[in-house]
Write a protein that binds this ligand. Structure first.
Ligand code: MLT
Length: 409
């Protein structure tokens, strides 16, 4: 008899975005002529930048030529990409990261889930609410939680409610925890964290010998020069943090797949006898055993964003999305919505109309205006009463969105 992983049986709902997709498909089938505007999942719409495409083509050509063909690459990524990342993302900001502390992967979603392989099941995990659902679900799958309670929280997770009254910022737990998930700029709320506040988290982690899993997938959307792009800008973080970055939202790689994790060799966790072990060695072992790396053409394409032209093209695309965010924000506010985020992040976190529930408002918008958002409650109980709109649509859809939203005046 084969036994299953009981963690999966504890999961209460399907993954959020497929559920939204199901409802939208059902509506579209019943209303084939409806022109639906999709502001739900944060998926990009601008094509890959010309320099990225050029590098991609050239690398594909290399793969077709015996003298330049490449088989398996290094599991942790080609050095040309890791060096470009270190030079452009870290040294340029005065942050000391070694090339071998960068691990190239096929996505931050995968990395934030996979990283749990190197952590014991007995760790007490602190997670914001609302939150990117992957952090919670992967811990449930991994057996680090009890069942879901009536309040929508899983037993054994320390939740950190993020509400309007605390500027959607998680508060430092009153009890010791071992693993802390932070995501800034935040998905879903668009909230940001300043250096002084982030320093308090680093100090807390150092005090409790905890580890911060820092998701910086949206750092490229920061326009406020005082905000940190990386947790490693904070003193002490090299001892207690692992950071996740992605080319998905930075450079349109959601379909192409390329991301990276930064794991400093100085980050340590403990065995039951209290001996410290560097996690770098464990992650390297995990990746070299379970992963064969990202394809050469994709890594060449990713490295092209660090050329002078590539940098400009990527900046222009980000500016395009952030202009979308500004247009959407203005139109929502003009008809009385309370809007958060959308300034240093591509997500707008919006209070629902007339205090409707998140899913009720989702259905209302779909049926009345044929607009798709993401129900705040899908990100956790504290997201109830909110909806998230993504600014990644094309401009025509954004303008159509503003026309339709005005009907709610
Ligand atoms: C989202 O909409 O929250 C993102 O697309 C999820 C992701 O990046 O996996």
């Amino acid at each position: 008899m084969a036994f299953l992983n009981e963690g999966y049986l504890k999961l209460k709902a399907g993954y959020l975005f497929p559920e939204i997709g199901r409802r939208v498909r059902e509506y579209q089938t019943a209303h084939p002529d409806a022109r639906i505007i999709r502001m739900g999942i944060g998926d990009v719409t601008r094509p890959l930048a010309p320099s990225v495409i050029k590098a991609f083509h050239e690398a594909v050509e290399e793969m077709g030529n015996e003298s330049t063909f490449k088989g398996y690459g290094p599991e942790q990524g080609y050095e040309f990409l890791r060096k470009a990342i270190v030079d452009n993302e870290f040294i340029s900001r005065g942050v000391n990261i070694d090339i071998d502390e960068i691990f190239i992967s096929d996505g931050s979603k995968c990395d934030t889930g996979n990283i749990l392989d190197i952590f014991g099941k007995n760790n007490r995990v602190a997670i914001a609410d609302p939150v990117y659902p992957v952090y919670v679900d992967t811990n449930v799958m991994d057996g680090r939680t009890g069942p879901m309670l009536e309040n929508g929280y899983y037993e054994n997770i320390v939740y950190m409610p993020c509400k309007e009254e605390n500027n959607f910022l998680p508060q430092i737990p009153s009890q010791p925890v071992d693993i802390i998930y932070l995501c800034f700029p935040n998905n879903p709320t668009g909230a940001t964290i300043d250096k002084a506040t982030l320093k308090k988290w680093v100090d807390f982690a150092l005090e409790h010998r905890a580890i911060i899993l820092y998701d910086a997938a949206y750092e490229a959307y920061i326009s406020d020069a005082t905000l940190p792009h990386s947790i490693f800008e904070i003193e002490g973080a090299r001892e207690c943090a692992i950071e996740f970055r992605s080319f998905s939202k930075t450079a349109g790689f959601t379909g192409t797949r390329c991301a990276y994790t930064i794991l400093p060799k100085s980050v340590k966790a403990y065995d039951p006898q209290g001996n410290a072990h560097p996690l770098h060695a464990l992650w390297l072992r995990r990746q070299t055993t379970k992963f064969n790396g990202v394809s050469y053409p994709v890594q060449k394409a990713a490295a092209a964003i660090y050329t002078d032209t590539g940098k400009k093209e990527v900046r222009d695309t980000i500016a395009y999305y952030m202009e979308n965010a500004a247009i959407m924000r203005k139109s929502l506010e003009s008809v009385g919505f309370k809007v958060f985020g959308g300034i240093n992040a591509p997500y707008l976190w919006v209070k629902t109309k007339d205090n409707m529930g998140s899913w009720e408002f989702f259905d209302y918008l779909l049926h009345k205006l044929q607009i798709v958002g993401t129900p705040g409650a899908g990100f956790g109980p504290s997201g109830e009463g909110y909806i998230r709109f993504s600014a990644f649509a094309n401009r025509d859809s954004v303008l159509e969105f503003t026309d339709r939203i005005k009907k709610l005046a």
